[in-house]
Design a binder for this molecule. Structure first.
Ligand SMILES: C[S@@+](CC[C@H](N)C(=O)[O-])C[C@H]1O[C@@H](n2cnc3c(N)ncnc32)[C@H](O)[C@@H]1O
Length: 445
């Protein structure tokens, strides 16, 4: 697995220029010429129509078409991305997840959440049974969907911990409500769910918190679970697992990689010594970094893009074109977000009119006709941006896979650990952040 991690890091290093593209500056900084390899430029523009057919064939094997004729560079680029994604590293990753199924009894959960909770709770139940555990701590429990389900359906004693009062209190209220209807649905409820408001840090005394909330329980051994623990929370959880003798099994699915703090990054403010990335010796020896733009990209779901054959959101193009107007008319080059405008604007004119005041710029400085003329003049850039958007989407799973594998390798080399594995808990179409890291401590049963 250290070799696979090295290869992922090599793939990211080889594509730094693409990963570093800031779409806001795409036109003003001429990033198509500067950051997109010349050998890919032409074939990207000429293969736009067949793109999703081709990528779908490679990722899902659903089509006969496997390679785009005459475009070896592009074929190699996509194949390389695929080869460095967890989806295709079968020796590392158990991709046989339980069938995606919603529970009949959804308890006010959206379909995505219901599938996640149903699949994950089955895996957690199995892990607890195999390791003789009756107690679970759910870190970053949010509205308590998972914790509550584990208590009601599988009869565990569960402690939810969340740093936001609104979540911890809301989770208890929700659980009380669900419990009332559950009683008519199932024969008995033997598990308990309690939730506290606490911010998890690397030194949080988990056992003390547990004993405070469940003083009556004799066994203090537990499984630590975290579903969609944002940014550094996954790593804090991992450190608590390693430090706390009472935590026997660890199950985590991370999310919000953009919030991760990095130790060696050169391009953003999230540089922190002894931070949560990288963790493994392999990447630490390389002083490896991702940077904010790559971490943002890791949030994207290639599988959903393929499934929906999505195009780039036009507001990304609008924002880069607005940057040209700001440069030309206001002699400025601000790197300031204008906020989410997607649903609020149906065309570029409206986008500009709403954005300029947000940047403290005067709408009077430019006429409607002039704004429209920018749209016509810079039209070819939209196609280029679309190509870059698609090309970068191939790298999204590589960045996510590297973050997960870095954590896996770190755990794998700890003496207290007997087993670590990565498992896919549901289809990425239903739930893009679907890879769990599971670790079990040495001989404790
Ligand atoms: C993305 S939500 C996931 C919620 C829930 N696990 C789920 O999947 O429905 C992440 C949750 O972690 C909580 N959180 C973030 N940082 C935390 C910390 N340091 N300690 C405890 N909770 C934290 C947030 O308040 C939020 O409710």
């Amino acid at each position: 697995m250290d070799v696979a991690l090295q290869k992922m890091a090599d793939c990211i290093d080889a594509n730094r220029l693409l990963l570093d593209i800031h779409l806001v500056d795409f036109i003003t900084e001429e990033l198509w010429e500067k950051n997109v390899p010349t050998c890919l430029q032409k074939c990207l523009l000429t293969t736009r129509v067949e793109w999703y057919k081709f990528v779908n064939a490679l990722y899902n094997g659903k089509e006969d078409l496997k390679y785009i004729d005459g475009h070896d560079e592009l074929n190699n680029f996509i194949s390389n991305g695929r080869a460095n994604s967890l989806d295709f590293l079968n020796e590392l990753c158990n991709n046989c997840y339980p069938d995606d199924a919603e529970d009949d009894y959804k308890h006010c959960m959206k379909t995505k959440k219901s599938i996640e909770i149903n699949n994950i709770s089955r895996i957690v139940n199995k892990l607890c049974k195999e390791n003789n555990l009756q107690n679970i701590i759910d870190v970053g429990s949010g509205k308590g969907y998972l914790s509550s389900y584990l208590a009601l359906k599988y009869n565990f004693n569960v402690l939810g911990i969340d740093s936001q009062t609104i979540c911890s209190q809301g989770a208890v209220l929700r659980n009380d409500k669900v419990k009332k209807t559950w009683k008519s649905h199932e024969d008995k409820i033997a598990g308990t769910f309690k939730c506290i408001n606490h911010s998890i840090e690397n030194t949080s005394p988990l056992t003390d918190l547990w004993c405070e909330i469940y003083p009556e329980l004799k066994s203090k051994d537990f499984l630590l679970v975290g579903l969609h623990t944002c940014g550094d929370l996954s790593v804090k959880m991992m450190n608590l697992f390693l430090q706390s003798p009472d935590v026997k099994v660890f199950f985590n699915i991370g999310c919000c990689y953009n919030l991760l703090e990095e130790e060696f990054s050169v391009d953003d403010k999230n540089v922190v010594a002894n931070s949560c990335f990288p963790l493994s010796k392999t990447l630490r020896d390389r002083k490896f970094y991702l940077g904010r733009k790559a971490r943002m990209l890791a949030q994207q779901s290639l599988h959903r893009l393929i499934e929906t054959k999505s195009s780039m959101n036009p507001t990304l193009y609008y924002r880069s074109l607005l940057q040209v107007i700001i440069r030309d008319k206001f002699k400025l080059n601000p790197d300031v977000p204008v906020g989410r405008m997607g649903k609020k604007c149906c065309n570029f004119l409206e986008y500009v009119r709403k954005s300029l005041p947000k940047l403290n710029l005067d709408n009077e400085e430019i006429s409607n006709e002039e704004i429209d003329s920018y749209l016509i003049k810079y039209q070819p850039y939209q196609d280029q941006m679309e190509c870059v958007f698609r090309l970068r989407s191939i790298l999204a799973p590589v960045v996510e896979s590297l973050i997960i594998l870095d954590r896996y390798c770190y755990l794998k080399h700890q003496d207290v650990i007997s087993q670590v594995y990565i498992t896919k808990v549901c289809s990425p179409i239903h739930s893009p952040r679907c890879y769990a890291i599971i670790a079990i401590k040495t001989d404790f049963t």
